[in-house]
Write a protein of this length. Structure first.
Length: 381
C-alpha cells in the first residue's frame, strides 16, 4: 500500500535538529528526501559522545533515517547548477540557514520561484527575518530569552533548561504542519508558497496556558518546580526512595487519593474540597500528602494510586520509559535494516499512527555524501 507522501520530492538543506527532524518525519511517510551537506557535513555528525555501535553520533542518528545524502559546494558553479536542477524537479525545500545567506547563491525563495513555481519552500529560523535575522538560533538561547527557563526549575533555584532541545522539536512539528498545509493548498491552486517557522514564536505558542495567562493578567508566571499553577495536587511528592508524581485533575480523583492515604476526611475539608481551594492551600496539602507517602516506595504508591483511579507514577529513566511504553503495547521502537550490510539497528519509531498508511523505515541515516552520484550525474551533463 502506498504511503501518504509517496512521490513527494524533498530537498533538505537543513542541519542539526529542527530541519532534519521535519524532513525525517516527511520521509517516514513516503517522501523522497535528499539531504544536501557541505564538505564538513551536518554539525551533528561530530557531536559525540554518545555514539552507536558503528561509532556514529547518536544525535545525527536520531533525525536522519530514510534519506539519501549528497555533498554540494554552493560556491562551485557546477555543483550549484546541478543542485538547481534537482530543485527544479522538487516539491519541497527545507532550509535553516541564517536569513539572507542563501540569497547569495540564488537559493532563496524569490530566486527559486521562477525556476519552480510549485515549490513549497520552508524556512526555519531562530528569531525570524526582521530585527532578529542576525541572532543565532540555538535552542538553549531560545529557551532563555523565550521565557521557558524562567518557569523551569525550583522556585529558589536557578532557571533551568528542559533536558532536551524542546524548542527545536516544536519548530520541527510546526514546519511539518506548514508544509502539509501548503501541499494541500497546492492541490487546489497549483502554486507553491513559502512556509516560515521560527523557534521563538514556536516556543511562545508552545507555552500555551502560561503565555495565555501572561497576556490575560499582565503578570508573568514564576518557577514552581514540579507544581502546576492551576491544579493541585499536581506535582512530585517525597517517598521512601525518592519521589512519586501525582496528577489529580478533579475532585473525584482527589477523594480517591484521600482514601488511599488513609485520610478520606480530606475530601470534605474546606481547604481541599475544590481545586481552587487546594491550589490556595497547596503547601498545607503537600505536607499532609508527604507525611503519608514517605511511609512507602514510589512503586508502591504508583501501583496503589493508579489502581484506585488516581494518576500517579514513579519518575522513570529514559530506558525505563521505553520499556514501560513497550509494556503498554505502544511499539515505541522501530527495527531498521541497513540495505547494504543487512545489519539491524533500533530507533524510536514515529509517534504518528495511521491505520492504513503507517510510517515505514526503509534505510538507516546516510553516510556523508553516500549518494553523490545523484548530483554528479547532473553536473556531468
Amino acid at each position: 500500500m502506498s504511503q501518504p507522501l509517496e512521490g513527494v520530492k524533498v530537498i533538505d538543506l537543513s542541519r542539526i535538529l529542527a530541519g532534519p527532524l521535519c524532513t525525517m518525519t516527511l520521509a517516514d511517510f513516503g517522501a523522497e528526501v535528499l539531504k544536501v551537506e557541505n564538505g564538513a557535513g551536518d554539525e551533528t555528525r561530530s557531536w559525540k559522545p554518545p555514539v552507536n555501535a558503528q561509532g556514529i553520533s547518536t544525535y545525527y542518528w536520531s533525525v536522519n533515517r530514510n534519506k539519501q545524502a549528497i555533498i554540494a559546494d554552493f560556491a562551485d558553479a557546477t555543483d550549484l547548477q546541478a543542485l538547481r536542477e534537482l530543485i527544479r524537479d522538487a516539491d519541497v525545500l527545507v532550509e535553516n540557514f541564517r536569513p539572507g545567506v542563501l540569497a547569495k547563491f540564488g537559493l532563496d525563495y524569490q530566486s527559486l520561484l521562477e525556476l519552480n513555481p510549485k515549490l513549497v519552500y520552508c524556512s526555519i529560523s531562530g528569531f525570524g527575518e526582521k530585527q532578529g535575522a542576525a541572532l543565532p538560533g540555538f535552542d538553549l538561547l531560545v529557551q532563555a530569552v523565550g521565557g521557558l527557563m524562567s518557569i523551569t526549575g525550583e522556585p529558589e533555584g536557578t532557571p533551568s533548561k528542559v533536558g532536551v532541545a524542546l524548542v527545536d522539536v516544536l519548530a520541527a512539528q510546526n514546519a511539518v504542519t506548514g508544509i502539509l498545509l501548503a501541499l494541500r493548498e497546492r492541490d487546489a491552486s497549483g502554486q507553491g508558497q513559502r512556509v516560515s517557522v521560527n523557534l521563538l514564536h514556536s516556543l511562545l505558542a508552545g507555552l500555551t496556558n502560561q503565555s495565555s495567562s501572561t497576556l490575560a493578567t499582565g503578570k508573568s508566571p514564576a518557577r514552581m518546580g514540579n507544581a502546576h499553577p492551576s491544579i493541585a495536587p499536581y506535582e512530585t511528592f517525597a517517598v521512601q526512595d525518592g519521589v512519586v508524581a501525582i496528577a489529580v485533575g478533579n475532585d473525584r480523583q482527589f477523594a480517591a487519593l484521600a482514601r488511599e492515604l488513609g485520610q478520606p476526611e480530606l475530601a470534605d475539608d474546606p481547604r481541599f474540597s475544590t481545586n481552587s481551594a487546594r491550589v490556595a492551600h497547596r503547601q498545607d496539602l503537600k505536607a499532609i500528602i508527604e507525611a503519608a507517602t514517605a511511609q512507602d516506595t514510589a512503586v508502591h504508591w504508583a501501583q496503589t494510586l493508579m489502581s484506585a483511579g488516581v494518576p500517579a507514577g514513579k519518575v522513570n529513566s529514559i530506558a525505563e520509559a521505553i520499556e514501560f511504553s513497550k509494556e503498554l503495547g505502544l511499539d515505541p521502537v522501530a527495527i531498521i535494516t541497513d540495505p547494504a550490510t543487512g545489519e539491524t539497528t533500533e530507533q524510536i519509531a514515529s509517534p504518528i499512527g495511521l491505520s492504513r498508511t503507517s510510517a515505514k523505515y526503509r534505510s538507516i541515516p546516510p553516510a556523508h555524501g553516500q549518494h553523490q552520484e545523484l548530483l554528479n550525474t547532473l553536473a556531468n551533463q
